[in-house]
Structure formats: C-alpha cells, structure tokens
Design a protein around this ligand. Structure first.
Ligand code: PXL
Length: 277
C-alpha cells in the first residue's frame, strides 16, 4: 500500500512538565508525556525526584538536586517557546523555592499546578514545610491548580471543599479545580472556582477501580488544552472527559491499581504500525 505523506502541520505546542519519575509509568512525568503525546502536544521534562514504586505503592524516593531540576527547565525554556508549565511532585520546600524563582523569570507562561502531597497508595511524597512553601511561594503564581479533595483540605486547612476552593483562590491560585473521586458517592463532583466563587460543577459517574496516575492525567490534559489555546472552562471540561475515557479503558498490569489508557482512541479501529490491532 502506498504510504501518503502526512499533511504539513505547524510545530506542536510545547508543555514543560516539572515532575517526579515513576518507573511503573502510571503517574508522574511518564503519565504527563503519554497524556501530552496523546493530545498532540510535545512534552518536555524537568525531573524533581526518582521514585521507586509499583502499581501498589511508593517504596521510596530520592530527590533530585533542585539546581539540576531548574537547569533542565532553563535549557528547555531558553530553546523553545513553551506554552504552559505543568508542575507535579516537587517533594520539598527547597524544590518549591527553586521552581518559584524559575517561574519568576517566565512570568508570561501559564502554570498548571497539581499539588502532589501523597501517592495513591497513601505514602507521603512531601518533605517538611512543603505545604507551607506551596501555599506561600507557588500559589500566587498559579493559573490553575488541580488538587483532589484530600489535597484541597490539607492545603487549606478548611473543613469542606467549597471553603477550600475559596481559600485557594484567596491565596493566589487564579483558578482551582478540586477533583472528586475520593469519596464513596456514585456520582462524583469536580468543582471549579475562580475569584472565590464556585463557577461550575462537573459531574461524572464513579468508575469501579482504583487508578494509578489519574490526577497526573487530568492536570496534563488541562495543560494540553491550554497549550492548544482553549479557554479555561473548555480546557477543564475536555480534560475531565479525556481523563474519564482513559479510566474507562484502564487496564490492570500489576498487583494494584489500574493504569489509565491515554491512547484509548488509537486502539479502537486502527491497526497499529506492526499490523496488530
Ligand atoms: O499521582 C501523584 C504522583 C505524582 N507524581 C509522582 C508520583 C505520584 C504518585 O504515586 O509517584 C512521581
């Protein structure tokens, strides 16, 4: 069969993700790259930590020297036009300080912050003072943050999610999307706040399993939408839909959580390059 040359396309938008590495490739920067690639974005990475983990839990992690992380980020930022910076696991107050100094030199680039405090299995991914540093040094620079319910409550110290969303806006996050999924209710609610007001509630059906890297997928998909030029509300709606579809098609690989399939759309009706379906 004659192979057709692809249509000429412009360069892909670029998202820089500053995140930890997950050897199981369910969460962290591996999740970000898969999500960004699936959504037509070129992902670049600055690594904050080397985690040791599987589908069940994190066994430990080694922080990267913040100067090395920031040097990676600067190399990318000096070379390419980066549309969005996405931040995941930072791990320590020292890393927050280094990243916030970096962001100050690139104040025109929107920032998506997934405030990672713990792994899905419960192990802390946060050193002493991380919460305080995130709130005081990073929130004022954040375009949109994507805590899950427990993270929103832990960061804000408030007793309920509506109060947490207002608090996050008040402390500098322009938009705050608090994702549902950590309760028991059959329909989960994702709450989008701006200007200390609950702007929209996005409802989704609860899915049956526990998933590895769903939060990373959501934040990376949101960064991709913004990099493509969508409005915030449109980018949030599409990121939630995309994440839900990845989870509907998630597969078990190890002994624990399911892995979201960020390329669900590529497998439905096409043959892969090796002829397999
Ligand atoms: O899902 C949160 C998360 C983010 N980043 C890294 C992780 C995890 C959870 O395990 O390991 C590197």
């Amino acid at each position: 069969m004659e192979s057709r040359r692809p249509e000429a396309v412009g360069p892909l938008p670029v998202v820089l993700t500053i995140a930890g590495s997950d050897p199981s490739a369910g969460a962290g920067l591996q999740a970000d790259l898969l999500t960004l690639a699936s959504l037509g974005v070129h992902g670049c990475t600055a690594v904050t930590a080397l985690t040791v983990q599987d589908s069940v839990n994190v066994r430990g992690y080694t922080p990267v020297d913040p100067q090395d992380t920031v040097a990676q980020a600067r190399a990318v930022l000096e070379d390419m036009s980066v549309q969005v910076i996405k931040i995941g696991m930072l791990g320590s107050a020292a890393m927050v300080a280094a990243v916030s100094a970096l962001l100050a030199d690139h104040s025109q680039i929107p920032v998506v912050l997934d405030p990672v405090l713990a792994a899905g299995g419960g192990m802390a991914l946060a050193g002493d003072g991380l919460r305080e540093a995130l709130v005081t040094r990073l929130l004022p620079r954040v375009t949109v943050m994507t805590p899950n319910g427990p993270e929103a409550l832990a960061l804000s110290g408030t007793g309920d999610l509506p109060a947490a969303g207002v608090w996050l806006n008040r402390h500098g996050a322009e938009w705050a999307l608090i994702s549902g999924g950590h309760g028991e209710e059959p329909e989960l609610e994702n709450l989008l706040f701006r200007g200390e007001v609950l702007r929209r509630t996005f409802r989704q059906a609860r899915l049956p399993h526990s998933y590895h890297g769903s939060g990373c997928t959501l934040a990376a998909a949101l960064a991709a939408g913004l990099a493509h030029g969508l409005t915030m509300e449109e980018a949030v709606a599409r990121a939630l839909d995309f994440t839900h579809a990845c989870l509907v098609h998630a597969y078990p690989l190890g002994k624990g959580q399911y892995f979201p399939d960020r390329f669900f759309w590529a497998r439905r009706h096409r043959e892969g390059p090796d002829g397999r379906r």
